[in-house]
Design a protein around this ligand. Sequence first.
Ligand code: NAP
Ligand code: MG
Length: 466
Amino acid sequence: MTRVLWSMIKEKLIIPYIDLKTEYYDLGLKERDETDDKVTFDAAEAIKKYGVGVKCATITPNKARVEEYNLKAMYPSPNGTIRAQLDGTVFRTPIMTKCIQPYVRCWKKPITIARHAYGDLYKASEMDIKEAGTAELVFTNAQGEKTAKKVFDFKGPGLLQGQYNTIDSVTKFAYSCFNYALDSKVDLWFSAKDTISKIYDQTFKEIFAEIYEKDFKDKFEAAGIKYFYTLIDDAVARVVKSEGGFIWACKNYDGDVMSDMVATAFGALAMMTSVLVSPDGNYEYEAAHGTVQRHYYKYLKGEETSTNSIATIFAWTGALRKRGQLDDTPELVSWADKMERAVIDTIEAGLMTKDLAMITVIDNPTVLNSEEFIDAIKNTFEGNAPAGKDDSKRVNLLYEEFLDSRSYKEKIEILRKIGGDLDDKMITDFAVSLDVVVEDGPFDQRYMSLVNCLHQMAKFETEGLR
Ligand code: NAP
Ligand code: MG
């Protein structure tokens, strides 16, 4: 389905405005099969040559796809191949809008997850131990000398696993993270479990610290951003209490788990962008979601689809903005900014695809099909106001509703709907209307104090009815 969206995006949103001089590599299964997957390697080489690429979601064939497309082989994931060729790190960032509220109420800015996608659990060797005996780690060097370390004396059946990573890969991971943080001018956090893993994780921590001191400290200070390391469990707690707006670098497994958590908590899979950054500064942009196969089968049957093209559009704007920055063509950079603004304005005016309509805080959104949505964005981009509801009107209505409502539970719900539009003045007005005092202080603290009062009142409301 993303291939269908891809053509529409190119035809309606890109080609009319940009004199595109791209090289095209078809990563569809047919072409990969015909070239024995050489086309994927050629695409990776082209990204290295030009410094920037934009990729549509691709199929990683499983047994069913091998049969469906009559493939010669079960080709590996193109993303895996390109990542290996570029030696890169993947950064995933949610696209935030007022119509979708993160489940974590204090998150106001995006949290980018940088996952070290090499080694550890994903390349581990495992053994199923069937009887009592001793397990050892043995390293044999090029001269045949062995170093051994006991792992465990098994008294009976058990499990064993050996993991590895390389200093080269961890170093490249660190460089990609520091460079990306500088590029996007946000703080960088890195977390691991060095208190328990005194060699493995400790080395990750030290490599990051050394590279920071040597190559980035001054640049970070000049850019007004910070790097800090903390334990993974402390990081989890801090992330949930934060307001976002930083990059969180994670080891392979942590990144796998945390990127799903962060994506879900921000609201929508189709609103995640992804960029692969190589340590020597090549960039590949794409949507974080897959090909949306289920919608494609509907499309093939001639049924209407409402597939969200936002992350794919942002992959294009991300790539073209980067191109503009590298070539010093500010027109291209501002085109990208304007196109992204058009996307956000369109959905904030209530025009969206079905996946967003199901989770938006906007009342009665207009659900558009895949093509109508792209047309609506084009319309906004062309300077015609989106044909949806006026957002300030929406907030005013909710404000009045809050003051009029006689139920505290309802008031809590209205607060949730106001979401990111809530400001200090509204908190003061609402507090006055409830006859409670919300002390001066940081916005989040004042918000929590108002919500706590409402919950207390709602509790009495329920008990009073009993
Ligand atoms: P998926 O394509 O991400 O879709 C999973 C489900 O999420 C969809 O069925 C849909 O839910 C919802 N969804 C995802 N993106 C959406 C969008 N833009 N608009 C609306 N809904 C969206 O994952 P998949 O179905 O597991 O994988 C399909 C194919 O994609 C596989 O061949 C896989 O190998 C490939 N894949 C590629 C990449 C990549 O190239 N980066 C990444 C992941 C997967 P509903 O059906 O409920 O509407
Ligand atoms: Mg995962």
